[in-house]
Design a protein around this ligand. Structure first.
Ligand SMILES: Cc1cc2nc3c(=O)[nH]c(=O)nc-3n(C[C@H](O)[C@H](O)[C@H](O)COP(=O)(O)O)c2cc1C
Length: 245
């Protein structure tokens, strides 16, 4: 640390830098591996503080963190999920529908803590620096808070599962969320028996990770690096180093 009011600008030492990438590459959406072990308050406090240090448009900090521990509330929320999930299932046909039916898409009752992260769209009034033309920036800011928490949780050995299969008005009503507040993420948090090495949907054969080489364009839309992609070697090194990339 420095005694001035600025922070040092050099990269983190190797081990610390590696830890950041470890958290990123080994983070998982967890639904099936929760343990009933309590999350201590100091750990929970760190996760919430990590979320609160997310970037936000105009430094609006539009989030709230609604912690849910009550078994009764969790059961109510899970019933809402089940209903919505039955509706969601009907969009798929044949084998895809069978596969969808086998997927476990929430860990609401298994996770010791559920957490609803919300966005107050008028936290700092109608006029927000940086949101004049793109009104949805406050929603994106709240998603940044979710990701901060998700990564910090991975570093703490805590799994997080995001459940979005709800009717928003039903979720709001079950949690007494006021009309003007938007629920952004309903998360299940808990220690886990293991973190899967790949996304559960990938392991189940639902979809695979896309090659990054096909997603990065140079100068013009659609222009990939092709055979001589200058970044390809780095991607490959990471894939081998972390086994996840
Ligand atoms: C906005 C958002 C909503 C999601 N909703 C659900 C959900 O309702 N149920 C579920 O099982 N997973 C949900 N997920 C998790 C994704 O399925 C998961 O992130 C993806 O399959 C990649 O896996 P990974 O997070 O383990 O890398 C959601 C993720 C995001 C970012």
């Amino acid at each position: 640390m420095t005694t001035s009011d600025a922070l040092p600008s050099q990269p983190f030492p190797d081990a610390a830098r590696d830890a950041v990438y470890q958290a990123i590459f080994s983070r998982r959406d967890v639904r099936s591996q929760f343990l009933p072990k309590t999350i201590p308050d100091d750990v929970l406090g760190r996760l919430l503080m990590a979320a609160h240090h997310a970037p936000s448009v105009g430094f609006m900090q539009p989030w709230n963190f609604l912690l849910i521990r009550s078994a009764e509330t969790k059961a109510r929320i899970q019933a809402l999920f089940r209903k919505a999930n039955d509706e969601a299932r009907t969009q798929f046909k044949d084998e895809r529908k069978d596969l969808y039916t086998r997927l476990k898409l929430e860990g609401i009752l298994d996770a010791p803590i559920n957490l609803c992260i919300t966005c107050d769209r008028e936290r700092t009034g109608q006029t927000v620096l940086g949101r004049t033309h793109m009104k949805e920036m406050d929603l994106y800011s709240t998603v940044c808070a979710v990701q901060n928490l998700w990564l910090a949780a991975r570093a703490e050995g805590i799994g997080v599962g995001w459940v979005s299969i709800f009717h928003q008005h039903e979720l709001k009503s079950a949690l007494a969320i006021p009309e003007n507040i938007v629920p952004i993420a309903y998360l299940c948090l808990g220690y886990v028996s293991e973190f899967l090495d790949r996304p559960e949907l990938e392991k189940a054969g639902w979809l695979s990770r896309l090659p990054l080489e096909d997603l990065v364009f140079h100068d013009t839309w659609g222009q990939t690096g092709g055979e001589h992609d200058p970044l390809a070697e780095t991607y490959e090194t990471l894939r081998q180093q972390y086994g996840y990339a």
